[in-house]
Design a binder for this molecule. Structure first.
Ligand SMILES: [Zn+2]
Ligand SMILES: [Zn+2]
Length: 228
């Protein structure tokens, strides 16, 4: 079962306790058990990107996975596949096998009290909840999350996966200086105009972005530095 200590770490990282955050913690724990991982990766494993987690949606679940597995957006041991499913796949580099833990929403949602579903719709989906509604939802979600700390494996679909080829590691890119703003930019990201390197902002070109709706291939940079 998920420890209170891990739950508190997750609360600190995610900002609140909610069902899908706890599902991320619990799914990670199940994946650790199946893979025989005893503890969260330490310095050498995270530096070497030895243990890799794949998530398939950027929702609360993904934060639970990051806290529990130590595979994060920034340490390149987290891969985000934008399939729109709540699932974790965990594997060790060098092994051609891993484990995929999928949340079965039909089963999980049967645990939701009707009031929580109603408030979720009002506060989150429709954005018309009052402060009291948000607080009540937070309380119900926390209670639900706490009940999920020991959620049986039957609420998940657990499968073995195999890898055809090795998953690439994060490359180390050279940087170049943008000839307009002077900021350093990864060389493959630079845009060359008249032979001079420009960053995407200065070149005014759209870039791929991770937004709430997932990975967007071409997104216009939404800000401009004042005075530049
Ligand atoms: Zn959440
Ligand atoms: Zn620039």
């Amino acid at each position: 079962m998920v420890s209170k200590e891990l739950l508190e770490k997750a609360r600190e990282f995610h900002g609140h306790v909610c069902p899908y955050l706890v599902l991320g913690l619990r799914a990670s724990e199940i994946a650790f058990e199946k893979l025989g991982v005893r503890e969260r990766p330490g310095v050498s494993e995270t530096l070497g990107e030895e243990l890799v987690a794949i998530v398939e949606a950027n929702n609360c679940f993904a934060d639970g996975v990051q806290v529990a597995t130590g595979c994060t957006f920034g340490n390149n041991a987290l891969i985000y596949l934008d399939t729109g499913k709540t699932a974790l796949t965990l594997f060790r580099r060098g092994e051609k096998r891993g484990v995929r833990v999928y949340v079965v929403p039909e089963k999980v949602e049967s645990l939701y009290p009707p009031r929580a579903s109603e408030l979720w719709r009002k506060v989150v989906v429709e954005g018309r909840g009052t402060r009291e509604d948000a607080e009540e939802l937070d309380k119900l979600f926390e209670e639900l999350g706490l009940r999920m700390l020991e959620l049986p494996e039957s609420f998940f679909k657990v499968e073995e996966v195999s890898f055809e080829e090795e998953v690439e590691r994060a490359p180390i890119f050279e940087t170049v200086k943008c000839s307009k703003c002077g900021e350093l930019v990864w060389k493959p990201r630079a845009v060359y105009v008249d032979g001079k390197p420009l960053c995407a902002s200065c070149a005014g070109v759209p870039v791929p972005a991770v937004l709430g709706r997932g990975i967007v291939a071409s997104f216009r940079i939404p800000f401009r530095v004042i005075g530049r």
